[in-house]
Design a protein around this ligand. Structure first.
Ligand SMILES: NC(=O)c1ccc[n+]([C@@H]2O[C@H](COP(=O)([O-])OP(=O)(O)OC[C@H]3O[C@@H](n4cnc5c(N)ncnc54)[C@H](OP(=O)(O)O)[C@@H]3O)[C@@H](O)[C@H]2O)c1
Length: 335
């Protein structure tokens, strides 16, 4: 079978190699992958700037979808031909993330899915929503689940609340989609007017163009008549984190997800206690949440925005496109 291997730090170390096609053992399924999608983490891992070391050679990428080609002994609940996706944390089934689950994620600590065939334990696999293409479903395991966990994994979002998403990447696009599904009002920031207009298709009512209004927290206060939003889905972190603390209402929640504005900052802790803000670090989610989210998407016509679909031989080009940051939503590789 053809598979990608990352043999060192830097995109030059990403190559297609041939490996023997694996066979499923007891409790495992063999998946013929059909599509994989990119997350910012994949780029950091490929460049060698991820916060954790990886072991080389590594099959990259955490997110993919395909169909089961064969099942090992003792597998129940799945048969040949089932359309499935793998769970980001293959050994994290339920409950809260902990030391025993945190260090075992696909495409980082463990081999990932940028391969013609992938073996996973049947307990790590979830059926994709019916009616979804493999390309669409490949965007679910990390970006979508992170957004779902942010909005429903802690204090759940309520209809009529207001959610602020930052930027127009995969996590933010899905956070907007889920917030609208949940009956919330959604505000979005972007450095691009053009991308903001695309967010309207996801039901985003209030658009904040940070190229002309860099003080987006002030804009949020103007739009909410000084109240602030109920929930900020923060993929920026770093130096911009205090803006999230200012944009959220008294007693609101900030989900800490990303590092696009840096990994550290001078955090105004007095604001957190003074406004009694719930600050929750999110690290993707568990298999139960993936199933729950997949069920929620089963009904209705919600679909992600896919900015580009690259062929299997173009994985490096796909990662470079992600690096350029011109995309809206997700970038996918057909396998
Ligand atoms: N904690 C978790 O479990 C988890 C899971 C998934 C992702 N993440 C993290 O969340 C972040 C977003 O991931 P993603 O996959 O959604 O990324 P993505 O698809 O690459 O999108 C990021 C978007 O953020 C905006 N952006 C990028 N750099 C920026 C900057 N310096 N300042 C302001 N805005 C910026 C851009 O939108 P505009 O061009 O519209 O401004 C960009 O499209 C990353 O840091 C990633 O590592 C964390």
């Amino acid at each position: 079978m053809k598979t990608y291997e990352l043999s060192g730090k830097g995109l030059d170390h990403l190559k297609i190699v041939t490996r023997e096609k694996p066979s499923p053992k007891k409790g495992e399924v063999l998946i013929r992958m059909r599509a994989a999608s990119l997350n910012y983490r994949d780029l950091m891992i490929a460049k060698g700037v991820y916060r954790r070391e990886v072991c080389y050679p590594l099959i990259p990428l955490s997110d993919g979808a395909g169909e089961i080609e064969s099942v090992g002994e003792g597998v129940s609940g799945f048969i040949q031909g089932d359309r499935v996706m793998g769970s980001f944390f293959p050994f994290f089934f339920d409950g809260l993330v902990g030391p025993e689950t945190d260090r075992r994620a696909l495409g980082g600590d463990l081999d990932g899915v940028l391969s013609e065939y992938v073996i996973l334990g049947s307990e790590s696999v979830v059926k994709i929503p019916s009616g979804w293409s493999f390309e669409e479903a490949s965007t679910l395991p990390c970006a979508a689940l992170t957004a779902w966990n942010a909005l429903y994994g802690g204090i759940p979002l309520l209809p009529g609340q207001t959610v602020l998403v930052l930027g127009t990447g995969g996590v933010s696009m899905y956070a907007a989609l889920f917030a609208r599904m949940g009956g919330a009002r959604v505000m979005a920031t972007s450095r691009s007017r053009e991308k903001l207009l695309k967010m309207r298709a996801f039901g985003v009512e209030d658009l904040i163009d940070t190229s002309t209004s860099p003080d987006w927290d002030d804009q949020v206060h103007a739009l909410t008549l000084g109240r602030g939003v109920d929930h900020v889905v923060d993929v920026l972190g770093g130096e911009s984190f205090n803006r999230s603390l200012r944009a959220v209402r008294v007693g609101g929640q900030v989900s800490v997800i990303g590092v696009l504005s840096g990994t550290a900052g001078n955090v105004d802790t007095a604001l957190i206690l003074g406004k009694a803000i719930g600050v929750r670090g999110i690290y993707v989610g568990n298999r139960r949440q993936l199933e729950e989210m997949s069920r929620a998407l089963e009904h209705g016509s919600h679909r992600p925005a896919i900015d580009g679909v690259f062929s299997f031989s173009e994985a490096r080009e796909a990662l470079m496109a992600l690096d350029q940051g011109a995309h809206f939503g997700k970038i996918v590789i057909r396998v």
